[in-house]
Design a protein around this ligand. Sequence first.
Ligand SMILES: NC(=O)c1ccc[n+]([C@@H]2O[C@H](COP(=O)([O-])OP(=O)(O)OC[C@H]3O[C@@H](n4cnc5c(N)ncnc54)[C@H](O)[C@@H]3O)[C@@H](O)[C@H]2O)c1
Length: 313
Amino acid sequence: MKVLITGGAGFIGSHIVEELVNSQYEVIVVDNLVTGHMKNLLPQISFYKQDVRRNIDDLFAKEKPDYVIHQAAQVSVSHSFTDPLYDCEENIFATLNVLQACVKHNVKKIVFASTAAVYGNPVYLPIDEAHHLEPISFYGLTKVNAEKYIQLFAEIHNLSYSILRYANVYGPRQDARGEAGVIALFIEKLMRGKSPVIFGDGKQTRDFIFVKDVARANVAALVNGENQVLNVGTGQEISIHEIIEQLAITIRKPIQTTLCPARDGDIRSSVLQTSRAQSQLYWSPRYSLQEGLLETVQFYQHENPYGFQEVIS
Ligand SMILES: NC(=O)c1ccc[n+]([C@@H]2O[C@H](COP(=O)([O-])OP(=O)(O)OC[C@H]3O[C@@H](n4cnc5c(N)ncnc54)[C@H](O)[C@@H]3O)[C@@H](O)[C@H]2O)c1
């Protein structure tokens, strides 16, 4: 079976590629490398440097994929405020383009990378898939719209889908220079010999999921169930303080933090209800926070992606 993955040279996409290869799928990666990197890809992978907002018809006609995993996106919440048009092109227009190609070339199923940002401020915790969708960023809004296009395409054209709403993803290859998660930012600061910055009192919570668990959920979604919307997280609420404490244990050094006032618009607490993904995908996260942080820190220690002097050893 052949899987075409958009954004496969990115942080999450490259881990999905590895999971697909391990599961014996034939893999085609399409990526314009706007934030992705060739070094993230296994050398044997078929790669097309192409923008999925433009014509991808020839590529689909040539490769005839059975499945599509659509990860390519504008992923920065703050950039969605400064350039909502680009965010819209990347997250809605590109998805529409991919959907049209899927229908025209008889793709069996599309698996889509959505986000907990579609929910906005949680009204209750843990957030289940029935929670209302009131995004508070353009990024969340364009992802909601992409979801709705996918669902209407499924109804009108009989294209099967899985929409996976990821919690906060962390792990090796996350780029701290872009709009990274807090864990990549903390590790980057430590590598520079600086103090991680905590906004607010550090008691704010998130659901942190290790990237390899997200990759496994994507591969499981290819063949399990259809026309489903699923939260992909751990279901565990972890505070920023707990992350710092666990990082200090991982690097075996105390960590000094810099405290800054809370930022406007930051959500206080967030955690996803993940029982639906567990029952429909026969999947559950395998990595504890300790194990995930250890692999992440080891990646930065060995790869030193920013070329800094290693200060965490
Ligand atoms: N990182 C997270 O915590 C998180 C959380 C929720 C959802 N997501 C979603 O997961 C997906 C992957 O995110 P990521 O964190 O790996 O980001 P990333 O920036 O590392 O990966 C995105 C990839 O898509 C490629 N790309 C972007 N626009 C493209 C285009 N027009 N044509 C072709 N390729 C294009 C980039 O070059 C990059 O390789 C995104 O859809 C994102 O919205 C991420």
